[in-house]
Design a protein. Structure first.
Length: 583
């Protein structure tokens, strides 16, 4: 029998354990890096969906404004009356002046939202007008376009995006337009076309494009209506239903395009039926992970070499700390980013543990920064919602003062204006985000007394707070919008006097505040719009604002619940958590 060499066992141990640990270390490094990529992509994807939602809200506002404008022009009595006649040259000039006067008025009305538009009118009586390059337009060519033929056979508004060579023959520009037929009792009188330059839509998302991202808007027909690269405008994109099947709406996916990976994010607005899409190269997302990647693989190499050296001499001693480290890695793999390893032993093993902990801390720091960005966004949203209350309240109060002046009640108007000035100093100069319930009710009491100047004894009120709730903190301007809604839309339409009652109590780990009135009530459809944060009507914006602020602060399990019966009254119940302490 041939005697084996004494180092054979050591060689086998070295090969066996060296191979196992080498594979383990590099596999762990790969899993950590891939999990880091996945977590980071998820956080950024969710943030970009919210960003596209904000862009969608702005684009819907523009779309609704165009819708409003085309209806205003199509139903204008001056335009209709003139289009019913065979106009002389002088008559056409007079109508042109009238249209320009009307446009100036609407320009002022829509100036606040930055809407710049062109109007074109083609009359059946051979009157033609365009606010862009008047007198140089080919109206015959315009009336031969597809949208004109479609609109003449329908009484609906026709939206279209096209390459406009009509108003600028030498340089085509893309426009988004809405057209509607002008009619009277006898039939069609002409067509009105409202157009905006595509840049107005592109400017909505231009500030969100920084390092190579692409954001674009697709309408309900699948046509690209806004894009940073103008050669894509007017082209057909993938059908919306196909897009939904492949990627889903209000979602994000990693896709491969032209041999490069992209984060594809989308937001679909169900009312305008517009789809906002963003394509972001993944190298922009993962660029902050480059150092972590180098660090992970450097540590993996160092650890691999260290373990191979140690394995030759101390295979038994190193098995326990390696096992402990493996368990920690598995926890990290499951998504537990709070794990820390406490492996001890020789310098190489301790180095592995220390560097692993540093890597986890780096990942946590990266995620923490993303969370902070989301928190800043939430704070900005709360500030915006709170700022909505001021102009809404000021508008209603000034309207009340106007009504008193119209009724020649000048002394009451002066009294109400003085009270309003005092109330605004006390209420809107408060910078705290939270105040006590008692102080909030004092402001509401001043507000109701202000309204009593206008309505007299028609408005009665009662405030009955549970003693244990008076010093609890609540969001500032919580009750005033609800009381305002109760007065203007509940009690004011009544012929008799009305009562507003405010009560509070503690109930099962929550603070419950009720604002009730015996006004005319509201239908269930309006209640659903408010509580489910749908497109609330303008006269219920205060309630929707309060609902949104509460749920941003405390979550969707808190907020408003509304019960109402027509001609009986309305009860608005506010539910807040008791986590905020007394002062």
């Amino acid at each position: 029998m041939i005697k084996r060499k004494s180092h054979t066992l050591q060689t086998k141990l070295l090969i066996t354990f060296g191979t196992i640990f080498t594979i383990t270390i590099w596999l762990v490094a790969l899993i950590i890096f891939k999990e880091s990529e996945k977590i980071l992509a998820t956080k950024i994807g969710e943030a970009r969906v919210d960003t596209l939602h904000q862009i969608s809200e702005r684009s819907v506002q523009i779309n609704n404004s165009i819708h409003t404008l085309v209806n205003l022009y199509a139903n204008d009595s001056t335009i209709k009356t003139s289009l019913q006649k065979n106009l002389s040259k002088e008559g056409k000039n007079l109508l042109t002046i009238d249209i320009e006067t009307i446009k100036k008025k609407y320009d002022i009305s829509f100036k606040d939202i930055g809407l710049v538009y062109d109007i074109t009118i083609i009359g059946k009586n051979n009157f033609n007008y365009s606010s862009n390059m008047r007198g140089k337009n080919d109206f015959i060519k315009l009336s031969q376009q597809l949208w004109y033929k479609k609109i003449t056979n329908s009484n609906k508004i026709y939206f279209n995006s096209f390459n406009d060579r009509f108003t600028s023959p030498e340089k085509a520009t893309y426009v988004y337009s809405a057209a509607k037929i002008i009619t009277d009792t006898k039939g069609a009188l002409g067509v009105v076309l409202i157009s905006i330059h595509e840049e107005l839509l592109s400017d909505i998302f231009s500030d969100h494009i920084n390092n190579g991202e692409i954001i674009y808007i697709v309408d309900n027909t699948g046509q690209v209506v806004a894009h940073p690269h103008k050669n894509f405008l007017g082209k057909k994109y993938i059908g919306l239903e196909n897009f939904k099947k492949l990627y889903g709406y209000n979602n994000f996916n990693i896709i491969n395009k032209h041999n490069e990976n992209y984060l594809l994010t989308s937001y679909y607005d169900s009312k305008s039926k517009w789809l906002i899409i963003e394509e972001m190269p993944t190298n922009l997302i993962y660029k902050d992970l480059d150092r972590t990647k180098i660090f992970i693989f450097t540590i993996a190499c160092i650890s691999n070499i260290s373990i191979l050296i140690i394995t030759v001499f101390f295979s038994k001693k190193i098995s326990l700390p390696i096992s402990s480290l493996s368990k920690t890695v598995n926890q990290l793999k499951k998504g537990d980013l709070s794990v820390q390893t406490d492996v001890s032993g020789y310098q190489e093993i301790e180095s592995l543990g220390v560097n692993f902990n540093k890597m986890v801390l780096d990942l946590n720091e990266l995620i923490r920064k993303n969370i902070e960005k989301e928190e800043q966004k939430r704070i900005s949203e709360l500030a915006f919602l709170r700022s909505q209350i001021n102009p809404h309240f000021i508008h209603n109060t000034l309207f009340s003062i106007k009504c008193l002046i119209d009724l020649n009640k000048n002394s009451e108007a002066i009294e109400m204006l003085e009270a309003f000035t005092t109330l605004t100093k006390e209420t809107f100069n408060v910078n705290q985000e939270f105040i006590t319930l008692e102080k909030e009710c004092e402001a509401v009491r001043s507000y109701i007394m202000l309204q009593q100047i206008r309505y007299g004894e028609k408005i009665q009120f009662e405030i009955d707070l549970d003693r244990d709730t008076k010093d609890l903190l609540v969001p500032a301007l919580l009750l005033q919008p609800i009381v305002e809604n109760a007065i203007f839309h509940g009690i004011e339409p009544k012929k008799e006097f009305g009562m507003v009652i405010i009560t509070s109590k503690l109930n099962s780990y929550s603070l419950q505040i009720q604002v009730s009135d015996d006004g005319v009530g509201m239908p269930n459809k309006k209640i659903e719009m408010i509580t489910q944060k749908k497109n609330a009507l303008s006269h219920s914006i205060g309630l929707s604002n309060v609902q949104t602020r509460i749920q941003l602060l405390y979550g969707e399990k808190y907020g408003l619940s509304i019960s109402s019966e027509l001609n009986i009254g309305t009860v608005v119940t506010i539910r807040l958590p008791l986590s905020n302490h007394k002062i």
